[in-house]
Design a protein around this ligand. Structure first.
Ligand code: FES
Ligand code: FES
Length: 446
């Protein structure tokens, strides 16, 4: 078995040639300061140092770390904070903090190189930008980051530690802050959701037995509604829980599914046509809006067109009469046109995630949520549990931007799988799920 030296200690590497360094670091070694976000080498959240050089661990086969020195955020400033860490705290160069460990690892390496070559000269904004160009901060803490790196390089944070303005700053700059995706209970299982590949279909057969037969699989459940109809690509169909994600994915692939394709409308213009197939017939309209912002507000329906919602347009008749009067009077102040907006995504760096665990009749759920108490109430109501039996925890949230206030499928599925498997279950969406099924502001045409 090969080994690497990580933060000064020897650690074994798996024989699995598919294993990635980020998974070994996070799952096997519980060094969860290294974050997995894009999984594609573009966001920098998973950055570690390999022989002192920054590397994205989400693209690095674990085997290539053999006999090498790896440093994660936990190995930086463990005994004494690095000047970059102090500068990030002082400049409040972070908000949710999910991107912060990756930024700190890269910025500390840049700082050390810079100081060795240029003393306390101040790097320009362009030089700092070039050094950190492989990192994304969805919260937009860039200005503080630029100032922090410049001041650290100038030697302004070489001195003693201090009390930062943000109380959780130290945990965030050292990688010790635990987000929902970082929670790990003994015996915890990984949950994965089978999603519809079809825009519109009726599921005639769903056989979970082949998934349950795979060694390591502890639970498999259907997520279909009573009508067994899926209405968008990505709609949940079933879920499994297994000892690890690889097994869970294999189990999802083993599920037998037959379905009858139904006509679909793809895109705004197709869906608006008078003869477009109706996505949500009257009886299913309550289901609509699950993946769109503002979907719950009262509004009229015509075919696939819903709205305008009363919440956004309170006096449509009055507005129409103003427009008609202005047209009749050739009022030059009247500007008319068709206005379109594209789809806007929240793109939280920490994906929607939940870890559910039953202890007897008590349920504890770590959720990446912006609404802890509200969620506790919704969970208690849905599962007919007393408020004193449900605990919802979100110590840190890696961005929400309004998309993490509802009781989402990740949470209900983690709870239902945990109940079925009689073991804690984590569901953490991958980036594809995060960008497609976690709520967004739909495209509009007005
Ligand atoms: S670059 Fe590795 S998670 Fe984004
Ligand atoms: S602080 Fe950078 S993504 Fe939130």
């Amino acid at each position: 078995m090969s080994t690497m030296t990580i933060n000064g200690k020897l650690a074994p590497l798996p024989d699995d040639p598919d294993a990635l360094l980020v998974d070994v670091v996070r799952d096997a070694l519980d060094l969860t300061g290294t974050k997995l976000v894009c999984g594609a080498g573009v966001c920098g959240a998973c950055t570690v140092l390999v022989e002192g050089e920054p590397a994205v661990s989400c693209l690095m086969p674990a085997g290539s770390a053999a006999n090498r020195n790896v440093t994660t955020i936990e190995g930086i400033g463990a005994a004494k904070l690095h000047p970059v860490q102090k500068a990030f705290m002082a400049h409040d160069a972070l908000q949710c903090g999910f991107c912060t460990p990756g930024f700190i690892v890269e910025a500390a390496a840049f700082h050390d190189r810079w100081r060795a070559a240029k003393g306390t000269a101040v790097p320009s904004r362009d030089e700092i930008g070039a050094a950190l160009s492989g990192h994304l901060c969805r919260c937009g803490a860039y200005d503080g980051i630029f100032r922090a790196v410049a001041d650290a390089c100038a030697g302004r944070f070489d001195g003693d530690e201090f009390v930062p303005p943000r109380m959780e700053a130290r945990d965030k700059v050292t990688g010790l802050a635990k987000y929902t995706v970082d929670i790990h209970h003994d015996g915890q299982l990984e949950g994965v959701i089978l999603r519809s590949p079809f825009a519109h279909a009726r599921v005639s057969e769903l056989d979970l037995a082949p998934a349950r037969a795979i060694p390591g699989v502890s639970a498999a459940i259907s997520l279909l509604g009573d009508d067994r109809i899926v209405r968008f690509v990505g709609e949940p169909i079933a879920a499994v829980a297994a000892g690890d994600r690889k097994t869970a994915l294999a189990a999802i692939a083993a599920i037998k599914l037959s379905s009858e394709r139904l006509p679909s409308a793809i895109g705004l213009d197709e869906a608006r046509k008078a003869d477009a197939p109706v996505v949500f017939e009257k009886s299913a309209r309550k289901k609509a809006g699950d993946v769109s912002e503002g979907g719950g507000a009262p509004a009229s329906w015509k075919g696939n067109v819903r709205g305008p919602s009363a919440a956004f347009s309170k006096k449509p008749k009055k507005v129409r009469s103003w427009v008609n009067d202005a047209r009749a009077a050739n009022n030059p102040l009247l500007v008319e046109g068709i206005f379109r907006t594209g789809t806007q995504q929240h793109a939280c760096l920490e994906p929607h995630a939940a870890v559910a665990r039953f202890d007897g009749d008590r349920l504890t759920v770590h959720v990446s949520t912006q609404a802890v108490f509200h969620l506790m109430e919704l969970i208690a109501k849905r599962y007919k549990l007393g408020h004193d039996k449900v605990r919802v925890i979100a110590d840190h949230v890696g961005g929400g931007f309004g998309s993490k206030a509802a009781l989402g499928v990740e949470t209900t599925t983690a709870i239902e799988l945990a109940r079925e498997a009689k073991a804690p279950v984590r569901i953490a969406y991958d980036r594809h799920e995060e960008l497609s099924v976690t709520g967004y502001r739909p495209a509009r045409r007005r």
